[in-house]
Design a protein around this ligand. Structure first.
Ligand code: PMP
Length: 455
């Protein structure tokens, strides 16, 4: 049964997510066999610095025995129980308590899911249910942003503002709208300051709300730093200008903390870094350091009271997953949060992130790099054909993917995103020496690419 090589068996039997099926038949997979610290090793024993912490998630790196032990203990004690119909488990109760208490703005209740997509889908359903329950059934439209990323389930993929996730899938669904993307480098006009650009973004949002009718707009979703859309750090004053517009029109604000949550931007949540006042927060990834799938939706008291008030007319809150608050995943999340506190992860992030940002920004001088940007332990370089005009490369040339492939050859795994943007989001436990090694390996790849292009 296992006579095929791993490579051949993978090509024969797996349809890969986010992978070009035709190209995969030629390239085959990179098969990760084991991991330790910030490194993973493939089936030939080659080591890679995981510059993306997998998919922005493995915050504590690989080989963290305490998480293994927490999972083992819980599996032996109570491997599974659910949370429907008034049932609960100790890890789930403790995790809800911890998350509500550590939330940077007042939150009231936690609801558990298994992925970021499910958390955002759940938030959408809560928002719709809430407005039905409080007698505003016409207030249902949701605004997200172009290039925002909120997942790939049908509703979450509709929020996501990227063509790859919608083209071919007949998305977005109705009632989901998109406002402009606050990427100053790419969409700012010549001479437009970040502040002026932020004012224009806020005016775009308000114009959309007015056009649609404020009474029909239920919520606005935003990542504090946009991740998969290209690591877009909000321009100065952006959220200061957006939030009063939401308040004025009685629109709920959902902060998607799936990437930013748990220290990535230098504070526990992106909400703190950018002074947000969300009504709902979604979180996943670093919640369990990705050792097991788990995500959460936190809702404030207003949203809770609205949902609660639906109980008479609507009955039980008819939403939930078999694995909502899975006790083993919750136990791993509890241990992850305990480790963050005991080891002062925020202190560590703030001690090493200046080096990451310094090395990143030094790349701005490279002939291929138009902009280098980031905050904390997240960043990106945007590759351009012309530094002065910021002209993009023809996507058909696949310059970004080619740089990422060369980096992988050099032993650092990064992510090439649309627009020839290369993202960095290493495990939060990375050391300064490892940051240097990551950028040395990447810099060599960038040089090889430039040479191949005759630059
Ligand atoms: N929101 C954000 C901000 C994300 O980055 C992601 C995943 N990259 C998601 C939601 C979706 O999470 P998942 O892949 O776990 O469904």
């Amino acid at each position: 049964m296992t006579s095929n090589s791993l490579r051949d068996a993978d090509i024969a039997y797996t349809l890969h997510p986010y992978t070009n099926a035709v190209a995969h038949e030629q390239s085959g997979p990179m098969v990760a066999m084991r991991g330790k610290g910030v490194r993973v090793y493939d089936d030939a024993g080659k080591d890679y610095i995981e510059g993306m912490a997998g998919l922005w998630c493995t915050s504590l790196g690989w080989g963290e025995d305490r998480l293994v032990d927490a999972a083992t203990r819980q599996m032996k004690e109570l491997a599974y129980y659910h949370s429907f119909n008034h049932k609960a488990t100790e890890p789930g109760i403790r995790l809800a308590e911890t998350l509500v208490q550590m939330a940077p703005v007042p939150m009231s209740k936690a609801f558990f899911c298994n992925s970021g997509s499910e958390a955002n889908d759940t938030a959408i359903k809560m928002i719709w249910y809430y407005h039905n329950a409080i007698g505003k059934p016409e207030k249902k439209k949701i605004i997200a942003r172009l290039r925002g990323y909120h997942g790939v389930t049908v509703a979450a993929a509709s929020l996501t503002g990227l063509p790859l996730n919608q083209k071919g899938f007949d998305l977005p669904i109705e009632r989901i709208l998109h406002t402009s993307c606050p990427h100053h480098y790419r969409y700012g006009e010549a001479g437009e300051t970040e502040e002026d650009f932020a004012s224009r973004m806020a005016a775009d949002l308000e114009a959309l709300i007015e056009r649609e009718g404020p009474d029909t707009i239920a919520a606005f979703f935003a990542e504090p730093v946009m991740g998969a859309g290209g690591v877009i750090v909000p321009p100065k004053t952006y959220f200061e200008k957006i939030q009063p517009i939401l308040k004025k029109h009685d629109i709920l604000f959902v902060a998607d903390e799936v990437i930013c949550g748990f220290g990535r931007t230098g504070k526990m949540f992106g909400t703190e870094t950018f002074g947000l006042q969300p009504d709902i927060m979604t979180m996943a990834k670093a919640l369990s350091s990705a050792y097991l799938p788990i995500s959460a939706v936190l809702i404030n008291e207003t949203v809770y009271q609205g949902i609660r008030s639906g109980s008479d007319a609507l009955g039980a809150f008819g939403h939930g997953y078999t694995y909502s608050a899975h006790p083993v995943a919750a136990a791993v999340a509890n241990e992850t949060l305990a480790i963050y506190e005991e080891r002062d992860m925020l202190g560590h992030v703030n001690s090493v992130s200046p080096r990451m940002q310094e090395r990143l920004r030094a790349l701005a001088d490279h002939p291929l790099v138009g902009e280098a940007r980031g905050i904390g332990l997240i960043g990106a370089v945007e590759l351009v054909a012309d530094k002065a005009t910021k002209e993009n490369f023809d996507p058909a040339r696949k310059v970004g993917p080619s740089v990422a492939a060369k980096a992988q050859n050099n032993g650092v795994i990064l992510r090439a995103m649309a627009g020839d943007i290369i993202a960095f989001s290493p495990p939060l436990v990375i050391s300064t020496a490892e940051i240097d090694e990551m950028f040395d390996r990447f810099g060599a790849a960038l040089d090889t690419q430039a040479e191949a292009m005759g630059l």
